[in-house]
Design a protein around this ligand. Structure first.
Ligand SMILES: NC(=O)C1=CN([C@@H]2O[C@H](COP(=O)(O)OP(=O)(O)OC[C@H]3O[C@@H](n4cnc5c(N)ncnc54)[C@H](OP(=O)(O)O)[C@@H]3O)[C@@H](O)[C@H]2O)C=CC1
Ligand SMILES: O=C(O)C1=N[C@H](C(=O)O)C[C@H](O)C1
Length: 278
């Protein structure tokens, strides 16, 4: 039976993973291959990558998985009920167009988007469901709600700082998670993050402006992802913290989102929708 016939008759949603050789790509593929709720129907890499044409299981150093790594995104996505995408903003915008055309669910974990990119994703979301979150873990999505509540409960004399640490390979800052937490804190204060955000400090910055939300980023070694939201006032501090020690938490969230999205109409969703936290 061809791949296309299998997709038409298969019971389980077929998932394509983009950035298949990446840290998240490999974790996703491992978990989808182990899953009894989804099937791997494609593994995408960019043209020229030395995994193209190889079986993805073997390329990852394991048993054959029966899926060859390809750079043919159009054909791969045409076979998919969902695309899980942890790559880079430029790549994700391209995949969003193809996924919208295929009317498949697009689960986006990629971070580092500019406002113009988000407008393009909104356009794609008018044709098929997009589920996007800077962090797909249950713990962080719970922390977002806590951050909103604490920010609302504490007045402006409590300064808010978001501090994050990640591995040496991470290319964007602040992290997508830090921005989610900052947005929640701003919402708790009844404002938009754009109006309160103070970027990384350097030099003679002057004293801290009341009511602002500061961001600091540490990069080093193999840190999977650590986030603190610090509420500081005269004489005391409250610190809300999430520590990720295994990328499986993000991959499990993304697979759950791909399955959740199967009966959803076009639109933009996030992990709070998937987890029923809204
Ligand atoms: N939302 C969440 O829960 C999480 C989000 N992330 C985010 O996911 C993204 C990926 O992270 P990570 O897996 O660590 O990164 P990696 O660099 O390990 O993997 C990225 C993958 O995407 C591929 N890629 C990059 N650019 C393109 C392109 N233009 N076209 C096709 N493929 C491309 C890379 O290929 P190549 O190697 O050839 O460049 C690589 O295979 C980041 O934005 C990160 O912040 C990460 C963890 C959790
Ligand atoms: O790049 C990473 O690794 C991670 N990126 C996400 C982010 O930008 O917050 C999520 C997680 O922290 C790991």
């Amino acid at each position: 039976m061809s791949d296309v016939e299998q997709t038409a008759t298969g019971d389980l949603p077929g998932i394509v993973v983009t950035g298949a050789s990446g840290r998240m790509g490999q974790m996703l593929i491992r978990l989808i291959l182990e899953s009894d709720q989804a099937r791997l129907v494609g593994a995408l890499e960019r043209t020229g990558h030395d995994w193209i044409g190889r079986d993805i299981g073997e390329a990852m150093g394991g048993q054959p998985a029966g899926v060859q790594v390809t750079d043919d995104a159009v054909s791969a996505i045409a076979r998919a009920q969902a695309v899980i995408d942890f790559t880079a903003p430029a790549a994700t915008l391209g995949f969003a167009e193809l996924t919208a055309q295929a009317r498949a669910v697009h689960v986006i974990g990629t971070t580092g988007f500019e406002d113009a990119d988000l407008a393009q994703l909104a356009a794609a979301g008018r044709h098929a469901p997009i589920i996007r979150a800077g962090n797909m873990s249950l713990g962080v999505n719970l922390l977002v709600g806590l951050t909103r509540k604490v920010a609302a409960a504490l007045g402006e004399d409590w300064d808010i700082e978001v501090v994050e640490a990640h591995h040496r390979h991470k290319v964007d800052a602040p992290s997508g998670t830090a921005l989610m937490l900052g947005e929640a804190a701003a919402e708790g204060r009844g404002a938009a993050l754009a109006d309160l955000r103070t970027p990384a400090r350097e030099g003679i910055t002057g004293a801290r402006e009341a009511g602002t939300i500061g961001f600091s980023a540490i990069r080093g070694g193999d840190v999977v992802g650590e986030h603190d939201v610090i509420f500081a006032t005269e004489g005391e501090r409250v610190v809300l913290r999430h520590l990720a020690t295994d990328r499986a938490i993000f991959a499990r969230g993304a697979i759950r989102a791909a399955l959740w999205g199967q009966d959803k109409g076009p639109g933009e969703y996030d992990m709070a929708d998937v987890l029923g936290l809204n």
